[in-house]
Ligand binder design. Structure first.
Ligand SMILES: C[S@@+](CC[C@H](N)C(=O)[O-])C[C@H]1O[C@@H](n2cnc3c(N)ncnc32)[C@H](O)[C@@H]1O
Length: 238
């Protein structure tokens, strides 16, 4: 039911298109939906957040002008806590759904949490006019209008701001609305059409199953082919 199959020469991709998580409010609800916050206790996730935090902390230490940070699709905010532990004076804003906010509040996390539905629009009410750093980790592929998100991030940044993205590798069998948009070359192109240019790239500590390189990955170094996700740093195009 709802399975969409694509046969390649030597492997097959199977997509479950039955539902898309962005269209329901229950994400992070806990045990009720079976998709709650259990994964936050998983050592693999912990290691991943540590690694992501180390990349972002280095960036902030190298650029002490970074004060105002906006993280979209933050989930309950585990990454944000690791960053703020090291970088004490940040003004850190997070945006996600209601159950993520509940976990954030229950754990007395530091920062300011905003509940917004970012699937088709981005209402910037209550946010700052400009941020020095915007983070979207494994988020853009979840929304129905990633373009409006990136257009709005452009407005919320300036020439000195950084935009840090974790982009999942298709080899980790993600659920996609826009299959192909997040292939490495296409994603960089998509950001370029939204006036952002890639300034930095970092591999992942987690690995996917092995699949051959495809034609929309010419810019992806061979050693990063099986990275679970790709960490990319963008700035507004000069
Ligand atoms: C794969 S998770 C990534 C969470 C976190 N950034 C991380 O790396 O662990 C995608 C996040 O996007 C959020 N999200 C999905 N659709 C959304 C929407 N329509 N509005 C706001 N947040 C949304 C989810 O609640 C979830 O926290």
């Amino acid at each position: 039911m709802g399975l969409f199959r694509i046969k390649h020469n030597n492997f097959e991709e199977i997509f479950d298109t039955e539902w898309f998580d962005t269209m329901h409010p229950h994400e992070w609800e806990g045990e009720a939906t079976g998709e709650g916050h259990n994964r936050l206790n998983d050592q693999g996730w912990e290691n991943r957040y540590d690694y992501e935090a180390s990349l972002i902390i280095n960036l902030i230490k190298e650029n002490p002008n970074i004060k105002n940070v906006l993280e979209l699709g933050s989930g309950p905010g585990v990454l944000s806590q690791k960053i703020q532990e090291e970088c004490k004076n940040l003004n850190y804003h997070l945006v996600d759904k209601p159950f993520a906010e509940q976990y954030f509040n229950d754990n007395n996390f530091k920062g300011t949490f905003f509940v917004k539905d970012l699937s088709c629009e981005f209402d910037t009410k209550d946010l700052l006019d400009k941020y020095d750093l915007v983070i979207t980790n494994d988020f853009l592929e979840h929304v129905l209008n990633p373009s409006i998100i990136v257009q709005t991030i452009y407005k919320l940044t300036n020439k000195n701001s950084f935009y840090f993205i974790s982009n999942p590798n298709w080899r980790m069998a993600h659920q996609w609305v826009y299959r192909g948009l997040f292939d490495f070359d296409n994603f960089i192109y998509f950001l370029y059409t939204h006036k952002f240019e890639m300034e930095g790239f970092y591999g992942s500590i987690l690995k996917t199953p092995e699949y051959p390189k495809i034609s929309s990955e010419t810019l992806l170094p061979d050693e990063n082919l099986n990275d679970w996700n790709h960490y990319m740093l963008f700035k507004q195009r000069k």
